[in-house]
Design a protein around this ligand. Structure first.
Ligand SMILES: [Zn+2]
Length: 266
């Protein structure tokens, strides 16, 4: 499906965390490499289209400042809703939020978008509202109040629960890319040489280049299959945008007047 040339895509970097490679990659000791520092950047993404085509779509909504107050070490450069305003997008203009998965750094702030519908993979919703969501090792990645919010939004008819691939707007498709979470999804924009917003299906480019899973995971073989798919897309000319990789800010031009906060992906 065609996409309008006027459609713009921006990556907004609203925070960061300085960490170590051994902490971020699954079974890092198996690679027999020295440990070293690694920075995670925190992003959300905005797709700006003419109002006639549905207006602004967000891909994720960042973390809520309260959620990082409970998770020391993370630095918030600018709270996501303020960051959005600083690139000229009013929260009221957001018509749709594709929630790639339910971890705290992707699903915060949803209540700030009163006119938005939310697109969620059904298996993600069922996992986090199901019997295992409160087990400590997985519960640490989510905020109960945020799961409650999306549950209430679903009851109010504001959530589109999807199964697999789903075109959310003309030329913009949410695709299931499980592994990191059961219902992790990515967003593919355009058909020929598309832009792929990977979110946490790919924190760092290195994961797909070297088949090194991230340390927070649900299913390792599914992650490898997702890396296979990213590599096939990259070989066909797609632009792959990892979800937490600082290189994104270096690889793409600065968004005008965003003062180092955002880059233009399209
Ligand atoms: Zn994340």
């Amino acid at each position: 499906m065609a996409i309008d040339d006027a459609t713009e895509v921006v990556a907004v970097r609203y925070g960061y965390l300085d960490s170590s490679r051994s902490h971020q990659f699954y079974r890092y000791e198996t690679y027999r490499e020295p440990d070293g520092p690694i920075r995670l950047d925190y992003f959300f993404w905005a797709i700006r289209q003419p109002a006639s085509q549905g207006g602004t779509i967000l891909v994720d909504s960042g973390y809520h400042p309260d959620a990082i107050a409970r998770r020391p070490g993370r630095v918030c450069v600018l709270p996501p809703v303020e960051a959005l305003a600083s690139i000229g997008i009013d929260a009221d203009q957001v018509s749709l939020v594709v929630v790639t998965h339910f971890h705290f750094d992707h699903i915060g702030n949803l209540s700030a978008f009163p006119n938005a519908r939310f697109v969620v993979q059904r298996r993600e919703f069922e996992y986090w509202t199901g019997p295992h969501a409160l087990r400590p090792a997985v519960a640490a990645s989510v905020e109960p109040g945020e799961i409650a919010f999306i549950t209430e939004a679903s009851q109010a008819g504001r959530v589109d629960l999807i199964d697999g691939d789903h075109e959310v707007a003309e030329g913009i498709t949410a695709r299931l890319a499980a592994g990191h979470c059961p219902g992790q999804q990515v967003v593919v924009i355009g058909a020929e040489r598309p832009l792929v917003l990977c979110s946490d299906a790919l924190h760092f480019r290195e994961e797909m280049d070297r088949y090194m899973p991230f340390n927070v995971l649900f299913d390792v073989p599914q992650m490898y299959e997702t890396y296979d798919r990213f590599n096939a897309w990259a070989a066909a000319g797609a632009t792959i945008v990892p979800g937490h990789d600082p290189q994104v800010m270096a690889d793409h031009p600065a968004w005008p007047e965003a003062d180092g906060l955002a880059v233009r992906l399209r």
